[in-house]
Ligand binder design. Structure first.
Ligand SMILES: Nc1ncnc2c1ncn2[C@@H]1O[C@H](COP(=O)(O)OP(=O)(O)OP(=O)(O)O)[C@@H](O)[C@H]1O
Ligand SMILES: [Mg+2]
Length: 209
């Protein structure tokens, strides 16, 4: 039987990486075989692309180049990691997927979302998650968590993280609009609250399907 494919989406600092790891652990405890991956990244080539899109370059990618870099990374991870795992019957949890392209390059940078859908379909060969968990947090929470992470790890904000407030506002609204348009695929969870509570809501959502 084909495995299940769950993507995690949402603004920066919403807790995707944290809760992907927690759900993977919970599913493994139920005896399921789980593969965790992330975007951009998940294969050697895709991780190299991740480095490129995050770097402060003298000639940062123009928006169209940014779209194609993310899609190249996605095509690679879909073909070489996600599809084979699903075919083996594994559960695949992905930290960001297609909706991040629609939110960042569509709502955030103003590229036509319908055009992005078509390009994305080419990259993914039409693969759509069975369930998408949108971890939603207000801008202030997202900012505070990023600042805390930068303090804790002494890491500077990357090129996209340091985009302006208006960009991040459009991003969050974009994610919410995407969820509203596909209520059967999305579950929206307020991730500003207690971490264990968010974990419980995620597990409930997964079992509910
Ligand atoms: N529900 C929660 N309650 C409190 N803190 C949380 C919660 N979820 C995550 N955090 C904390 O918020 C910070 C950001 O979480 P995380 O790195 O998982 O977010 P992310 O969505 O993966 O961010 P990015 O988009 O930048 O990768 C971390 O310090 C994490 O420990
Ligand atoms: Mg993360």
């Amino acid at each position: 039987m084909r495995g299940k494919f769950i993507s995690f989406e949402g603004p920066e600092g919403g807790g995707k990486s944290t809760h992907v790891a927690a759900l993977a652990e919970a599913l493994r405890a139920e005896g399921k075989s789980v593969l965790v991956t992330r975007e951009p990244g998940g294969t050697r080539l895709a991780e190299l692309i991740r480095g490129l899109v995050r770097e402060e370059l003298e000639d940062p990618p123009v928006t169209r180049a940014e779209v194609l870099l993310f899609l190249a990374s996605r095509a690679q991870v879909v073909a070489n990691v996600i599809k084979p795992a699903l075919a083996r019957g594994e559960w695949v949890l992905c930290d960001r997927f297609s909706d991040s392209t629609f939110a960042y390059q569509g709502y955030g940078r103003g590229i036509d979302v319908q055009l992005l859908r078509e390009l994305n379909e080419f990259a993914t060969e039409g693969l759509v998650p069975d369930l998408t968990i949108l971890l939603d947090v207000p801008l202030e929470v997202s900012r505070a968590r990023l600042a805390e992470r930068q303090r804790a790890t002494a890491a500077a904000a990357d090129r996209i993280e340091s985009a302006g407030e208006a960009f991040h506002k459009r991003l969050r609204e974009g994610f919410l609009a995407l969820a509203k348009a596909e209520p059967d695929r999305f579950v929206v969870i307020d991730s500003s609250g207690d971490r264990d509570d968010v974990d419980r809501q995620i597990i409930e959502a997964v079992h509910g399907r």
